[in-house]
Ligand binder design. Sequence first.
Ligand code: BTN
Length: 242
Amino acid sequence: MSPDIHRDIHRMRREFPERRIDYYPTIDSTMHAAAACPVGTVVIAEEQTAGIGRHGHSWHSEAGRGIYCSMVLEPAPVLTLALGLAVADAIASTAGVTCDLRWPNDVMLGGKKVAGILVQLVDGRAIAGIGINVNQDAFPEELAGTATSLKAYTGRNACATDLLIALVRAVDVFAREEKDNVLRLFAHASSYAAGRRVTVDLPDGVIVGTTAGLDSSGFLIVRRDDGSDTVVLAGGVRAAGT
Ligand code: BTN
């Protein structure tokens, strides 16, 4: 994919002539570059040497195999859920596969993670970091059981530039969507939103229960076997038994 994005960054800029699109062959993290940019900017890298994941994890950012992108957005309610919908929409329209969304916004194919999203608030702007595993053939041993790529799942190479263009368009649409619409679309798209047996890692311990929908702020309600509800405010949700 390396020559693909590199060659086609001009195509990206033609598609979005009003937009600032910064491209780095290599960078520590697109999150750092985007933090200094105005709303509307898209920062894209071919490779990240210190990609940042959620919960203090790193993000595997092999050169030329994935999409590593940060978009600078206006903050919005349930933005984090809207971004998951946008990534799933872009993948569906370009690769023809339907992703599941593991609350709040892990994008899943065949039970493995194909894309991850990190939102950081910086000086009143939302920096939306999106990593999509596109054409990886293999992952490091510690990720092999939990990560997949579009190529690994479909058996076909995917065009990263087509996917990036669809992604920017989809983020523009979903990030502006009304909160209630986002909640409704997420509940429809995610097998984790309701009726799913899950394990949740919380700061004060682990709980097991069945998901029981989203509250009005987009937080996940997990019903324990004693009937009590826990509202989960941050990630750490996985299918029970995994
Ligand atoms: C997650 O842990 O699920 C979130 C992963 C977010 C990775 C992306 S890749 C582009 C942007 N730059 C980073 O360093 N992280 C995000």
